[in-house]
Write a protein that binds this ligand. Structure first.
Ligand SMILES: Nc1nc2c(ncn2[C@@H]2O[C@H](COP(=O)(O)OP(=O)(O)OP(=O)(O)O)[C@@H](O)[C@H]2O)c(=O)[nH]1
Ligand SMILES: [Mg+2]
Length: 195
């Protein structure tokens, strides 16, 4: 898989879904885990998805059109941000769950977790939710640059154990160094229908 172009297409704020027949790969994870940066790293476009050191930046579902209609990368709002009201938390959860259930073109979810952190209940809940609805997903442990290469493997093993997933379903990535990019592109090739 080669990403030749990537463009912002649209944002969805409410429970209104953007339904097209173009396959979708959604990027989910806690607020500030690095979802927007991950999209930028993957597409090679530094400023495509807005990343920020201030958590809770992405409040909508943002659709990025890759290779002029080959697939969408969908940047989901982050969950678990402490500084918002319960009402707002429920709203975001509702938007994410609605999207996951209703999107007809969703092919796969990339669940981003921080390689240095213990997985949170919300991450584990999302994984349960995806299993329940039979939505295939891969866990990507990002910010791998924060660990030495030697320490990455045990961190990935611990994440796999916490989620009850096999180790092959947990990949390491870094949006700073682009480590893991090739592996993820090859995962996307396997997921997406051949053209
Ligand atoms: N060292 C390092 N920092 C990263 C990496 N990915 C993201 N960051 C930093 O983490 C912070 C959050 O990144 P974002 O990409 O905005 O995170 P997000 O998940 O989109 O956040 P929300 O939209 O708020 O949910 C920023 O300061 C990034 O520079 C990475 O791979 N390595
Ligand atoms: Mg974001």
């Amino acid at each position: 898989m080669k990403i030749l172009s990537a463009e912002y297409e649209t944002s969805v704020v409410t429970k209104k879904i953007y339904q097209t027949s173009i396959p979708e790969i959604a990027i989910a994870g806690r607020s500030n885990v690095g979802k927007s940066s991950f999209i930028n790293m993957l597409t090679g476009r530094k400023k495509l998805a807005r990343s920020s050191s201030e958590p809770g930046r992405t409040r909508m579902l943002n659709y990025f059109n890759v290779n002029k209609g080959e697939f969408y990368l969908v940047d989901l709002p982050g969950y678990g941000y402490a500084k918002v009201t319960d009402k707002e938390k429920d709203l975001w959860k509702g938007i994410i769950e609605f999207y996951l259930q209703e999107s007809k073109a969703l092919k796969h979810v990339i669940l981003l977790v921080d390689i240095r952190r213990e997985s949170s209940d919300l991450d584990l809940q999302l994984a349960d939710y995806l299993r329940f609805y039979n939505i295939p997903f891969t866990i990507v442990a990002t910010k791998a640059d924060k660990l030495s290469k030697m320490n990455r493997k045990p961190a990935l093993q611990a994440i796999a154990r916490a989620f009850g997933e096999s180790e092959k379903n947990v990949l390491a990535a870094s949006s700073l160094s682009s480590d893991g990019r090739e592996e993820i592109l090859s995962l996307l090739s396997d997921i997406l229908p051949n053209k």
